[in-house]
Design a protein around this ligand. Sequence first.
Ligand code: C2O
Ligand code: CU
Length: 545
Amino acid sequence: AAIRHHTFVVEEAPYTRLCSTKNIMTINGNFPGETLHVHRGDTLIVHVVNRSPHNITIHWHGVNQPRYPWADGPEYITQCPIQPGGGKFSQKVIFTTEEGTLWWHAHSEWTRATVYGAIIVYPKKGHAYPFPKPHADLPIIFGEWWKQDIFELFDDFRRSGGDPLVSHAITINGQPGDRYNCSGQDMFKLAVDQGKTYLLRLINAAMQDILFFSIAGHQLTVVGTDGTYTKPFKSDYITISPGQTIDVLLRADHPIAASYYMAAKFYSSARAAVNLNTTTALLHYTTNNTTTTPTAVSLSATADTNASVAFTARFRSLADKKHPVDVPQKADTNLYFTLSMNAVPCPAGATCAGPNGARLAASVNNVSLVLPTSMDVLGAYYRGIGGVYGDDFPSNPPVSFDFTNLTIPAVYRTPATGNQVRMLEYNSSVELVFQGTNLLGGVDHPMHLHGTNFYVVGWGFGNFDRAKDANKTYNLVDPPFQNTIAVPRNGWVAVRFKATNPGVWFMHCHLERHASWGMGMTFIVKNGKGPNDKMLPPPSDMPPC
Ligand code: C2O
Ligand code: CU
């Protein structure tokens, strides 16, 4: 396994989209950021230097960082931000069992809007993919573009207490496509050779949107997600959550004279849909120089929850000799977390744009996360410094209730605020059930866990019922191994994992507005007894708080 060094200079650079130019945060001036290529088991040392005028942190989404949360990146959870004006942090990114597609992104305020890139993890040298070797690898990264400055957007969002401004475009590899006013030729174009098979590494880096994606006329064969392989299945469309990656094989087996649209569009189970734009990219064959009208693509309706969950429910781990699964057959720690939106009183003297003049918030088990600002949770934990976090995050919701009901129980109108963590014993087998709710007209929540993937063992609509659902309907044989899972509004998802990675690990909704409203919490996996069951010591250059 190799150790490779990279330099990430954080700097602002001007970019023009939709006929308007603004300075954006970038790494080395690139948007989207560069693709990192590694082999399974490699280590990267990324030397981050902040030459921008803003705070930043960088996260390696889906990389487990065994025993080494120090370089994980979420601000005020595992580190304080890297300061503007030359602040430095050399981050060790440790790849072990991941193989497939992951990504990196900024993890401070809303800087990830433009600071993101793909990570391709190839099999170990001399090892094969579990499918015929593709002719080429192509990252397809979905994002979102606002004409506003992202820092102003974030400030306005914070100040208003209401929904954030809807983005002006969804992007594919940084381009909005040809359907927006003034986007003209700003379209990502993919040239393929007829007869070849390509591995498309789809990454949803969008801030606020779960997406549908299709390519006109071409079926896709899904072969992986979130840095693992899956049993192959064919589909005409993809549903992809912010945070999620999906690997698909594309066989270029169509007439070369034609070209084909690829398109992405917002999926939402909320009653009011927001961004209804369709974003396009183009697939064409290398020998085709004609300019025929591309074949159109049709996507599911924005509110088509059935199409969304039908796709998501098809994932299965390979679960073969070379790719074994290790699903906890029993859980010794049972957690049941509700995910809900809240409306809290507007601060005195302010005006708030939430429902009935309230301020919007979001919570897990009715606790709305407020990040510390003086110090990070990991530093406080390691040094035994009090007052930064509490350690009694509830295992169950404060009231038992029909969470699919439209009426909000009073207690949910006033979520607790603060920074509570949940301690996990080393090596414990955890079952975590996410319960979607209908409070304030809910929506699907793509929940993401740092530090480990989890097995998605079950899901359903309605209220989770342990007696009826646990084990009986679970897949404990070949469940998919993901780091992000969309929890349906009015439904639940059960995941299981073993707490074998000692450290401080953030868990949150990957819709940025929800995370900012407080839909997140932190797990601390305690050290085990053996010398290799303990957290490694911090590097000497942790950014100062
Ligand atoms: Cu992709 Cu906590 O993030
Ligand atoms: Cu959410």
